[in-house]
Ligand binder design. Structure first.
Ligand SMILES: C[S@@+](CC[C@H](N)C(=O)[O-])C[C@H]1O[C@@H](n2cnc3c(N)ncnc32)[C@H](O)[C@@H]1O
Length: 182
């Protein structure tokens, strides 16, 4: 059986909180949109001026209980200067929507979590973006293993100049990081 990502919330809580504090340290006001908010563990102990969390699970934190993908297009991103995307896997579809959103303000900080390995299926959005939809089925592991590379390539394609992240490798490649909308 192929290993699948362990869907454990916040396996690296201290590291994730650290990167969020780093990301926002120069902001005068902190207005957070948390797209996969869970139990709000990451932001509970960080001072914010505004916090709006969304999670599909009903029994977790103080959130809008919804599928983020169903409500994303109705959110006015200009109301926030921090967008947290602590999803399982790599949410290429949402990053693409964020990078191309006409309302998002310059200076908005996007905090990301990437978790992958050669067995985790890469999203269709990445296949479309990098034009390998028709080859993927031949050697999926080859493309899956490059998912993180594709993510950074996508950021470069949308003129993101700098990212800050740290990487962990166990059964999965994990990157926790952030970048700023130019
Ligand atoms: C890694 S956890 C996030 C933990 C969160 N950062 C916290 O502080 O507790 C990922 C979360 O995504 C939620 N989730 C998974 N699919 C979702 C979806 N389509 N829409 C909204 N939430 C989703 C899960 O319920 C889970 O709470």
């Amino acid at each position: 059986m192929s290993p699948q990502p362990t869907k454990t919330d916040n396996k690296s809580i201290a590291n994730k909180i650290f990167i969020r504090k780093e990301a926002i340290k120069n902001l005068k006001e902190v207005r957070v949109l948390d797209l996969f908010a869970g139990r709000n563990v990451l932001w509970n102990n960080i001072k914010t001026d505004k916090y709006f969390g969304i999670d599909i699970a009903t029994n977790k934190g103080k959130n809008l209980n919804a599928d983020t993908r169903q409500v994303f297009d109705s959110i006015d991103l200009s109301e926030f200067n921090v967008i947290d995307c602590d999803s399982y896997g790599i949410a290429f579809d949402l990053y693409k929507k964020i990078l191309t959103n006409p309302n998002i303000k310059k200076g908005t900080i996007i905090i990301y979590t990437l978790i992958t390995n050669e067995f985790t299926k890469i999203q269709n959005e990445a296949k479309k973006e990098f034009n390998f939809k028709h080859f993927y089925y031949k050697v999926p592991s080859l493309f899956n293993a490059r998912a993180i590379e594709f993510f950074y390539e996508m950021l470069a394609n949308y003129e993101i100049k700098e990212v800050n992240y740290y990487a962990i490798r166990d059964k999965f490649d994990k990157h926790y990081g952030y970048f700023v909308i130019n």
